[in-house]
Design a protein. Structure first.
Length: 136
């Protein structure tokens, strides 16, 4: 079995989110297809929205999509995207970039379990966890 790949759904702003994540996570969009590309019978305002896209940055990978007509998502707190970092500087940079326009729920800090850790909710409502395990 391969790794679980998160699939993030948006209410019409997936393209904006991809731009944000590309910058914040120093990544790239490997593939992107709009509803219009699929030649589906769909309202005109949906044709430029993302049907499916793949994002990557190093070993990090996730997919995104805008919701089709008559479907929407709301942000929740039942899932967090957790990232482990080998370098504290990289973690700090990514944390600060994803925090822009979002809400910090736990500042980056040293923890009792021997790691540097922090949490935030990004401006799109997704929960992120950041971890760097100190060498023992």
């Amino acid at each position: 079995m391969e790794a679980i790949i998160p699939y993030l759904n948006f209410n019409g702003n997936a393209s904006e989110a991809l731009d944000f994540y590309t910058n914040a996570l120093n990544g790239k969009v490997e593939m992107s297809q709009t509803f219009g590309d699929a030649q589906m019978e769909i309202p005109e305002e949906f044709k430029t929205r993302i049907l499916h896209a793949v994002f990557s940055s190093g070993n990090l990978k996730f997919m995104v999509s805008d919701c089709p007509p008559n479907v929407s998502v709301s942000s929740g707190d039942s899932l967090s995207l957790s990232m482990n970092f080998e370098e504290i500087n990289e973690m700090t940079n990514v944390y600060n970039a994803l925090a822009e326009g979002g809400t910090i729920t736990m500042e980056l800090q040293d923890t009792f379990w021997g790691a540097r850790f922090g949490m935030l909710v990004d401006k799109f409502g997704f929960n992120w966890m950041f971890n760097h395990d100190y060498k023992k």
